[in-house]
Write a protein that binds this ligand. Sequence first.
Ligand SMILES: [Ca+2]
Ligand SMILES: [Ca+2]
Length: 231
Amino acid sequence: MGVVFNGGLFVACALVLSVVLPFVTMFMMPNVDTCDHHGVSKPSFTQGGRYYWIEGSKPMSTQKHVAFFDRNGDYSLTPSEMLEGLQRLNCLGMDSYACKIAAAQYVFFKGTLNKGFPTADIDARRLITSNHDWMYSHNGQFNQTKLSQWISKYDANKDDALDAEEVKTFIESLASEGKLGNMGVALVELELQMALGLGNKGVMSRILWLQFYGNHLWYTHEEILKSKCSK
Ligand SMILES: [Ca+2]
Ligand SMILES: [Ca+2]
């Protein structure tokens, strides 16, 4: 009797190799210390730069937003890269295990939403074609007007900033609308938690939100952390 190899088995094998394996290897990774890390600082987004768009056009806001985590510049963000990035940012107040879970969840949710099937990486090139992306237009450009309206709407204490409580109100309203589904809401919640971790004592001013979605707040935050390391 020959070896039975059907479509179901193939899909199962592909799923183990492409989705399960990257998650397992991520959990075996050593912790990354911000002070011991001497990686690249702000990337060049000009022609010939590390993260210059592969087809020769300028990188979109979404690509600039995620480039911090793409260590090898191959436009693919793996759970390990996401974890390393979060660790360099001191895990945004999370312990090591929570950090690993957040990285795995984020990559899986975002990658799956963008590609339309279960995956273990975020393809930065696909970010521009998604129309589900929070705070960005369908072509991947940052929507400053949308951000401004969002802050004004949920800024309950009128200090021109959003804190964890105000963000929580927004997440609850998002969940009750039912437009995004559970995965979409979880994704937005994770993103906003990461953003709040970069703010001043968990409070994100309007300018910081602008830098977070439209600029390079990840790099700035890492530079601040590094400046506190003993020389
Ligand atoms: Ca990569
Ligand atoms: Ca506020």
